[in-house]
Design a protein. Structure first.
Length: 185
């Protein structure tokens, strides 16, 4: 069993794949929580719940989350800009919650670079002209999962965080020699 986590303080995607097939694609919307400690607590509680509920379904389990980026290619791919220290610290704190929660259950946590899971699961890490988020959404929808939700303003939206976490969960089942995972401790 692989639990994929696309962590963010806005919405965190959490998906489960067992034996190479997606079983659950979801996310936690942190809209109601105002401070980061509450959001981290919510994430830890949700991961504990998911692990307790599903741990008996697999002889092996691991979690894959998104690796912290230290730079980003902006609009011009040749120009890289550094990510803010606040982003790095905040994301590091989210990863710590994931690692600490998994540790309680004897589960290892690995991180994966966005480009790696996109290349291996979606076929390319380069986004097309269309919105970058649509690629994982389209892929997961083809697998039969509904990713639509209504925004606070009543607009129809798609949960790209859930879609990305689903792709990360599936990444755990690609051949080991193609994986670029880093153990998080």
């Amino acid at each position: 069993m692989v639990i994929g986590v696309d962590q963010s303080y806005t919405r965190t995607g959490i998906s489960i794949a067992v034996d190479g097939k997606l079983r659950k694609v979801s996310s936690i919307d942190f809209r109601g929580a105002r401070v980061k400690p509450v959001k981290r607590k919510m994430l830890g509680d949700m991961l504990s719940y998911i692990i307790k509920k599903n741990q008996h379904k697999a002889t092996e389990a691991l979690i894959i989350c998104e690796r912290i980026r230290t730079f980003s290619a902006g609009k011009d791919a040749k120009k890289k800009s550094f990510i803010s220290m606040d982003y790095i610290k905040g994301t590091g704190a989210l990863i710590s919650v994931i690692v600490d929660t998994a540790y309680e259950f004897g589960i290892s946590v690995y991180s994966v670079d966005t480009r790696s899971w996109k290349a291996q699961v979606l076929g390319s890490s380069k986004s097309k002209k269309e919105d970058k988020k649509l690629e994982s959404i389209k892929f997961v929808k083809k697998l039969g999962f509904d990713l639509e939700y209504k925004s606070p303003r009543g607009l129809q939206k798609f949960d790209d965080d859930a879609a990305d976490s689903a792709c990360m969960a599936l990444y755990g089942f690609i051949p080991k020699e193609k994986q670029k995972l880093k153990l998080e401790e």
